[in-house]
Design a protein around this ligand. Sequence first.
Ligand code: FUD
Length: 289
Amino acid sequence: MNPLGIHALVWAGDLSPASTRHVIEQTRQAGYDLVELSLHGPRLMDLALTRDLLQEHGLGVGCSRGLTFEADVSSEDPAVVARGLALLQEGVDITARLGGRYFGGILYGAMAKYGHPCTPRGRRNAIEAVRRIADFAGERGVTLGLEVVNRYESNLLKTAAQALEFIDEVGQPHVCVHLDTYHMNIEEADLAAPVLACGQRLGYVHIGENHRGYLGAGHIDFAQFFGALAQIGYQGTVTFESFSSAIVNEQLSNALAIWRPMWEDGMDLALHARGFMADGLASAQQARA
Ligand code: FUD
């Protein structure tokens, strides 16, 4: 059975000590194996406390973030690239200090709607930056996940094929593809072929509905996606991601255009999602046995 994770924004919009305690306690209570902490917004985290709470509750951890226009490794401006590199380095460092082994997201550019395509020089800068950070991450036992997102959140990696090509050019171990069903629904022709194309290079998965609310309440063909995961023998983490205007992290929620109250009760949502993912993964595996 794959480790099941949940994104912290189901529980809280910040990572102050009180929110972190809430996030970790709720994650454990809802029966998840891992929590994904989102490193957006003001830095309120108490790393020692977070690490202790994770240990006390027997939970795994991963971290994620997207870059910004001011700190964008796919920029042509060396100062902007340097700020992006600093954010990536900080993300790897926080992940390692929490005892995590995964740092993912839009690590190759800004998590934002660009008004222009990525330039060839910008793409080369992004490749060089990810290569450097992959070295730094590898030394700390952390793998980088390049999350493939939709056209309104990146101008660089919108499909699994683009991510695979990019990773080939990076040419480093410790870099994997991170697929998310919400984004795939917008950009890919179907939900199976990209998974099969990634094969063993798929390192992390986000499960999200097309409206980012309750799983099964939209039109994503999860059976097709879980079937493809079973086909490649995917053993990695499967993390539920959902957003509602009920829980706000200003930087992240605004970047993702989270304007609607998709749900109010995070625990009800989380329990439902856990059952949905466990059943879906188990049926896909049984169908192949
Ligand atoms: C963004 C997304 C998220 C994001 C993460 C950052 O649309 O899908 O996975 O990268 O929440 O913490």
